[in-house]
Design a binder for this molecule. Sequence first.
Ligand code: ADP
Ligand code: MG
Length: 398
Amino acid sequence: MSFRRLETADATGKTALVRVDFNVPMHNGAVSDDTRLRAALPTIRALTAKGAKVALLAHFDRPKGKRVPEMSLAPVAPALTKLLGAPVAFADDCVGDAAKSAIAKLPAGGVILLENTRFHASEEKNDPALAKEIAALGDLYVNDAFSAAHRAHASTEGLAKLLPAYAGKQMEQELDALEAALGAPKRPVIGIVGGAKVSTKIELLQNLVGKLDTLVIGGAMANTFLYAQGREVGDSLCEKDFADTAKAILAAAEKSGCKILLPLDAVVAETLASDAPTTVRDLGNENVAPAEKIFDCGPKSITAINAAIDASATLIWNGPLGVFETPPFDAATVAVAQHAAARAQSGKLIAVAGGGDTVAALNHARIADKLTFVSTAGGAFLEWMEGKALPGVEALKA
Ligand code: ADP
Ligand code: MG
């Protein structure tokens, strides 16, 4: 994907307005997880090393256009100071005289955090007037917040149109990974889609069947597909109203030459509990009994999925294969995750994954750092998997 990269920016002696994702967990008025702050350091350092002043723009929570004291970004400045090893100033507004004079006071290579952009209602309306006011504070714009790129807001999209605009280091890494997974992937490319419901992932499935060589469907959403094919799914989570949608997706897959891999066997129990008695049902020749619920894919399915991964050069994954939060129903998710990680580690697979529960599942399998890339972007990642153009990314295209 062709977008403007930070290394091409002429930032020396300039003021860079950098959009970051500092929507961090806070506890008792202090940052309780600094992952997102650490993720922004490479971009901040790349700019300060060039002698640029860095003014950080971010939203926090949902103040809905009002000044909500508990949603101030003020506690982030000391936390970032510690991580950066250099002072981070704070201005209590992202526009106006407060911001302007605080930025003017910064030395070359100095860093300031500006107050929550969403304290202005015009931020989420992508009001050009707000974008213009922010743009007046700097010389160039850097977007390092992929997770906010699916929203066309003043600080994510409007501003990019008013100043020379570049992707930050984190954004760059994310875009390069996504391009490698679906944009121009090394083939064959396999997708795994799991999770709870077909209804939340219709567009994603439709987009994927047009792009993948193989699509593995797991999780509860597979139940809807099995039901659509006339199988018994007992008391499993199953969206029977979406049987026609499932059929349409299967037809689209057939038309575009995407092989679909549904579970061959299932781990069932009558209640969702770690100590519930479980049975494996071979879906080829056994029925799931009326009181039984499918909570995971069985051993035959795991073998088939791993073999399909072995035959692929690229993997894109969203959604767990079973109820991984309640072992032993984490078995398929963990086994496939560990297999994909080993393939990625041996250089045989480009493996990209994302999604809120998916990230939790990969952490549970202890391999999140062993895949090629794991996106923590949530909504933006899913919209990208749906094939949608993300306004914050479009604005950075060269
Ligand atoms: P993500 O957040 O990664 O996009 P989803 O939200 O779509 O993923 O789905 C995750 C949820 O799907 C998990 O909470 C998991 O327990 C649930 N799930 C997976 N398989 C099943 C199943 N067989 N029955 C019920 N829930 C399931
Ligand atoms: Mg989820």
